[in-house]
Design a protein around this ligand. Structure first.
Ligand SMILES: Nc1nc2c(ncn2[C@@H]2O[C@H](COP(=O)(O)OP(=O)(O)O)[C@@H](O)[C@H]2O)c(=O)[nH]1
Ligand SMILES: [Mg+2]
Length: 349
């Protein structure tokens, strides 16, 4: 990361010269043109260009998409050259292991103080174009002082892509990162098993003891009225439930949402629309931690689904530890007892 023209691409070109034998790769981002990716390719670094158009920074999705046909797994070191900008790139997580900020000697001694977020996030600052110092009135100690005030563990290497000054320590820094790096096994482990629901993030310790919806309790296409087709099925999860409860005005929304165990919602609409006003129907079943929790959840959700213009928006029912919310009544009655309103679980079940 660094300002436009600070020397990001030049540093990478120089890196290719000093790291023969190490398999490097890069993506390089600019608002327009693939010039930098072509410069890096010419320097011997297999690269992809990302043109962001209006966006002043990269995001993880952009990086991901640029790598679909890129042999990144065969690389030893992978660089992401962000859009030239000292502000926005600092706050986006691209999955990178380290942040290197490129600051050139011509940019002004107080840049770290003016853009503290960028420098606070930096693991290393490369002070570039040091070959120009004799021609400038710049005091490098002032830059180092400014850095020391914003960077938690100030680390700066003075370099010049032109003369090769400082490239040895830069190479050593990369090598140290590689040696202590987490490597692909760690990355793979996380990519192969992303959290399936927000509850896994909020309460990872509960993952093993969660009560899932029985397959028979999951909404299915078979229970839809004739003439309806499935739009899609989804799991809302604990966080979404909490957000809905907040919207319903529940005072203890997040605590109540923590009673969530599992849920599945199936959206449907008429196969043939007459007019365009049919609201999308849905069957949403939530399994709560207990019948009591299910009753409290249903009561707290009710304000969201109460009447609008004289008609109920959706019907809520409770069966044992499950809450069911339905809009557009399905044909076959699943295990649910009450057609509308909130019902207590049948006694003895
Ligand atoms: N004198 C000198 N010029 C440099 C150095 N590094 C980059 N430049 C020049 O600075 C300009 C911008 O460099 P570039 O790598 O494209 O910057 P980027 O926009 O941050 O990728 C170019 O004209 C480079 O030739 C350096 O170490 N010394
Ligand atoms: Mg560049």
């Amino acid at each position: 990361m660094g300002s436009p023209g600070s020397g990001k691409t030049a540093v990478l070109e120089a890196t290719a010269r000093i790291m023969a034998g190490v398999r490097l790769g890069a993506v390089s981002a600019d608002l327009a043109t693939d010039n930098d990716a072509r410069r890096l390719e010419a320097a011997g670094i297999p690269s992809r260009a990302i043109t962001t158009g209006q966006a002043c920074h990269l995001d993880a999705e952009l990086v991901h998409r640029s790598l679909h046909d890129f042999p990144w797994r065969e690389l030893d070191v992978f660089f992401i050259e962000n859009v030239g900008n000292l502000v926005c790139p600092a706050i986006y997580d691209l999955g990178q292991e380290a942040n290197v900020v490129v600051l050139s000697v011509t940019e002004g001694e107080d840049k770290p103080l003016k853009y503290p977020v960028m420098f606070r996030k930096a693991d290393l600052v490369l002070l570039t174009k040091c070959d120009l110092v004799p021609h400038l009135e710049v005091d490098l100690r002032k830059i180092e002082d400014a850095l020391a005030r914003v960077m938690p563990e100030p680390k700066l290497i003075r370099v010049s892509a032109r003369t090769g000054e400082g490239l040895g320590p830069w190479k050593a820094w990369i090598e140290a990162k590689r040696a202590g790096g987490v490597g692909w096994a760690f990355v793979d482990a996380n990519y192969m098993r992303p959290p399936a629901t927000t509850a896994e993030i909020l309460h990872p310790e509960r993952a093993a003891t969660r009560h899932l919806l029985a397959p028979a309790d999951r909404p299915s296409a078979a229970e839809l009225p004739t003439g309806m087709r499935v739009l899609y099925a989804d799991t809302f999860g604990e966080w979404m439930l909490g957000t809905l409860l907040e919207r319903a005005g529940a005072p203890d929304a997040r605590a109540l949402a923590a009673e969530w165990q599992d849920d599945r919602i199936l959206f449907f609409e008429p196969r043939r629309m007459e007019g365009e006003t049919w609201p999308v129907g849905f069957v949403w079943r939530i399994r709560a931690a207990s019948p009591d929790a299910a009753r409290r959840l249903a009561a707290a959700l009710a304000p969201l689904y109460e009447r609008s213009e004289g008609r109920p928006v959706a019907a809520i029912a409770v069966v044992e530890d499950r809450v069911e919310v339905v809009r557009g009544r399905p044909r076959a009655q699943k295990p649910v007892s009450s057609p509308a309103g909130i019902s207590a679980p049948p006694a003895g079940r």
